[in-house]
Design a protein around this ligand. Structure first.
Ligand code: PLP
Length: 268
């Protein structure tokens, strides 16, 4: 149906509590990418909230393919949301609640080429999110507040830090190049296990680029030779300014450009 005609009960627990999970898939050249990885993560997020995904992977894959086909979608995104369903507002899980599940296909404008050529400018901001950022839950308030702060300050995004060190960005994973080593935050409850991050780490290893998964401090990030963010929407993007200071020589670095090329090949 047309997205405008779809209705959701006002007492859906996604609205009342953020009691649900989501996934975002990329459509590139008429095809959905890394479907299985996204569905595996969806099942993980759902199970952490004691939610059951109501369809098999095959069925969800078929719905997505049909949406792409019906909409003649070439380049865009597929947003999938699963909530516990609608019930009068009580905090504990209601006894009789049917999960709400929907999928929206949208065309999306390409990411401006200038972002890849010139790189992004970011602010460093404290990570004010909850302690289960490994779950792709609907609760994104701290993410959107940090993003808004960055936009208001005239930059593109924010990279977040906790007492452990750099975690991730508001909607992407963060990688750095320090002394030739591609370094990124280890998986754990503090970050989303980014699918693009994983693909980039594998590409790097195959290309003999050394990789380390460890926390780095704010100071290490600021002094890094290269800073990269990755996500499903914009793939591999250089960060060339952090808190107003240039990263390296202020231009996308050699390893960043290599990873951008390798990732572009992967999408072909
Ligand atoms: N971290 C956060 C907080 C995100 O919201 C996202 C994507 O939405 C990512 C990382 C990157 O994940 P992926 O590469 O799977 O899109």
């Amino acid at each position: 149906m047309a997205a405008e005609d779809a209705c959701l009960n006002i007492e859906d627990r996604g609205t009342l509590f953020g009691d649900g999970v989501y996934e975002f898939f990329k459509v590139h050249n008429g095809k959905v990418l890394m479907t299985q990885e996204h569905l595996d993560r969806l099942r993980y997020s759902a199970s952490e909230l004691e939610l059951t995904v109501p369809y098999s992977d095959e069925k969800i894959g078929a719905i997505i393919d049909k949406l792409i086909d019906t909409n003649g979608l070439q380049y865009g995104g597929i947003y999938l949301q699963l909530t516990r369903g609608a019930a009068h507002r009580i905090h504990q899980f209601p006894d009789d609640c049917t999960p709400n599940f929907f999928i929206v296909a949208r065309e999306m404008p390409p990411v401006p080429q200038s972002l890849y050529e010139e790189g992004m400018a970011v602010l460093l901001l404290p990570d004010e999110r909850w302690k289960r950022c490994d779950i792709k839950s609907l609760n994104l308030l701290a993410n959107i507040l940090a993003k808004q702060k960055a936009i208001k300050a005239g930059v593109d995004d924010a990279i977040l830090y906790s007492e452990r060190g750099i975690t991730e960005s508001t909607s992407s994973s963060v990688l750095t190049v320090i002394d030739g080593v591609l370094t990124t935050t280890p998986l754990g409850p503090w970050i989303l296990p980014g699918i693009t991050r994983q693909a980039v780490l594998e590409l790097a290893l195959k290309d003999n680029i050394p990789v380390a998964e460890r926390f780095i401090s704010k100071e290490e990030l600021t002094a890094a030779d290269e800073v990269i963010i990755t996500n499903t929407r914009s793939d591999v993007t250089p960060v060339t300014t952090v808190d107003g200071q240039p990263v390296g020589n202020g231009k996308p670095g050699k390893i960043t450009r290599r990873l951008m090329d390798l990732f572009a090949d992967l999408l072909k």
